[in-house]
Design a protein. Structure first.
Length: 572
């Protein structure tokens, strides 16, 4: 009876439940469970490449948009490029937005997760690697981004062109100047340029300089020609390369004509900037057209002065309160400072060209001055008009001080204004090492020789690697401060280790070393140096005279007679 009643109770309980509703509520969890199970099984059956492809399909449109944004932001503008000097690969100083190692600003954080997942799955899509690498660079992890991008920019070339452009900028930003780095940089720049990347003028300049330094100057000229329509300022580099090689062919004539035409068009259209003026002056100076360079430099002074005056008279500037309020670092004050700086730069450029004109005029009179000194006559005067104007334009220019010191060295009389300019440069500490060297040399030969030592020490501080200054200082110490003879010996030995220089300078240094060895009692060592000096410059009669005296002292009378005979022959 008990079991029958229990069975009946269960039947009654089941009949009273709402089973249909309960089953309908359980359908959704069951579907989620089975759906998840099927997805897991299907996912486990997919390959890594298929998964990467699906991730890529999610962000394909964003990747394309980011690449286009990168190309647009890194595309060079039509502005002027940076000034360049052959053999100096010091990075991009180009005002046109260079290809920056800071990376893309268009790769959003939303994209980075699937992009990194694609890379983790082993899909080395060039664009994905490039976008992730530039994003790392933007976050300050530049070295990590560069290592990643190097995978798609192989050292042998032929990789992803934008990646090679990135690596080129990275190399320039961390430039050490060694040959191995130069070779890698050249490979990256070459791959980027040949890959069709619109490179900024700074990168093209460095590319051409590297090619030229590798004695591949014809490749450099060919590459530059392909980009002169886009960057007319590259004509300057073409002329520099050809002049460096001692050539002046059709390439130079075409580049000169193109560069001049571009500047004239900008000047007529009111589009010329100070940078355009600088490049036009450099172009004229390379062509030895100093008068034309003077005209362009004078135009630059007028241009920057007029630009500044127009700004100061503008309503925008004059409606912003008092002058005091504009001196607090506000945007208007910064703009005014920028315009004033351009005026100073233009005046410095003009004064430099005036000094070059003065030197060209003076060079023609140096022979007459030397002959007059030899005859004991008064030296003919030098035309100082251009130097006087250079003093008025920019009296603080170190080149002006050097030219003034050179005039003094030639025995010419300066005007009171010029004397004041030279003295002021010495007082203000703006005088260059060359100025101090020239003034010290004059003291050695004419005025107070002993006072030349401190002047030469100061010149050596300003140009510490100048063998000429070292030689002169060693000679002055030897003559007028013999207690410091070891210092003189150290200086001249250091000077002789520096490569380059003319044979005459080399002979002069060897002569100084010989004199020091004489003071040390080393006659044979002195003879060795005197003979070496004569090999470099046999016209030095005083060296031959000192050598003859030393021969005589050590008992080499025949050699001494031979030198005296040679001196007589050269004198006649």
């Amino acid at each position: 009876m008990f079991y029958q009643d229990l069975f009946n109770c269960l039947i009654a309980w089941a009949k009273t439940r709402r089973w249909r509703r309960m089953f309908s509520l359980a359908v959704l969890p069951m579907l989620i469970f089975w759906g998840t199970l099927v997805a897991v099984v299907c996912g486990a059956m997919l390959s890594r490449q298929e998964l990467a492809g699906r991730y890529m399909s999610l962000v394909q449109a964003d990747v394309e948009a980011s690449m286009k944004e990168l190309e647009g932001s890194n595309a060079p503008s039509s502005g002027s490029g940076s000034e360049s000097s052959l053999g100096e690969e010091t990075g991009n100083s180009d005002p046109t937005e260079p290809f920056s190692v800071d990376g893309s600003q268009g790769t959003s954080k939303r994209m980075l997760v699937p992009l990194r997942r694609i890379m983790q799955l082993g899909n080395f899509n060039e664009r994905v690697v490039y976008l992730v690498g530039t994003s790392l660079a933007r976050q300050g992890r530049t070295a990590m981004g560069a290592r990643l991008i190097r995978d798609v920019a192989p050292l042998k070339g032929g990789g992803f062109p934008p990646a090679h452009a990135f690596m080129a900028d990275y190399a320039l930003a961390s430039w050490k100047g060694n040959a191995a780095q130069a070779e890698v940089l050249l490979s990256d720049l070459q791959s980027a340029e040949r890959g069709g990347i619109r490179m900024p003028v700074g990168q093209l300049t460095n590319y051409a300089s590297l090619l030229n330094n590798s004695n591949r100057w014809q490749e450099a000229l060919n590459m530059l020609r392909e980009h002169t329509d886009e960057y007319p300022q590259l004509n300057l580099l073409i002329v520099q390369i050809e002049k460096q090689r001692g050539e002046r062919g059709n390439e130079t004539r075409t580049a000169l004509a193109s560069g001049r035409a571009d500047f004239e068009n900008k000047r007529k259209n009111g589009e010329a900037t100070l940078r355009d003026v600088v490049q036009a002056v450099q172009l004229e100076m390379l062509d030895d057209q100093i008068d034309a360079a003077l005209a362009v430099a004078q135009f630059g002074v007028e241009l920057t002065h007029n630009t500044l005056q127009t700004f100061l008279k503008s309503d925008k500037y004059n409606n912003q309160g008092s002058d005091t309020a504009r001196e607090d670092g506000s945007p208007l004050a910064s703009t005014r400072q920028a315009y004033e700086q351009e005026v100073l730069e233009a005046r410095r450029l003009y004064s430099n060209v005036l000094v070059a004109k003065h030197q060209a005029v003076s060079e023609q009179r140096k022979g007459d001055i030397a002959r007059a000194k030899a005859l004991g006559a008064a030296p003919p005067g030098i035309d100082l008009r251009y130097l006087d104007l250079a003093c008025q334009v920019d009296s603080a220019n170190p080149s002006v001080g050097e030219a003034l010191a050179g005039v003094v060295m030639l025995g010419q009389t300066l005007t009171p204004e010029m004397k004041q300019t030279l003295q002021q440069s010495l007082v203000d500490g703006t005088a260059s090492g060359v100025t101090h060297l020239i003034l010290a040399n004059r003291k050695l030969t004419e005025e107070d020789p002993a006072s030349a030592v401190p002047e030469l020490r100061l010149a050596l501080r300003k140009i510490p690697n100048s063998p000429v200054v070292m030689n002169n200082l060693a000679f002055a110490i030897m003559k007028y401060d013999p207690e410091n003879l070891p210092e003189a010996l150290q200086l001249i030995e250091r000077a002789l280790k520096i490569p380059g220089g003319s044979l005459t300078d080399r002979a002069s240094m060897l002569d100084t070393l010989a004199e020091i060895r004489l003071l040390q009692g080393d006659d044979l060592g002195a003879i060795e140096m005197f003979e070496e000096a004569i090999k470099h410059d046999g016209s030095k009669l005083n060296t031959r005279k000192r050598l003859a005296e030393t021969y005589q002292r050590v008992g080499m009378k025949e050699l001494a007679q031979g030198q005296l005979a040679k001196i007589k022959q050269l004198s006649q």
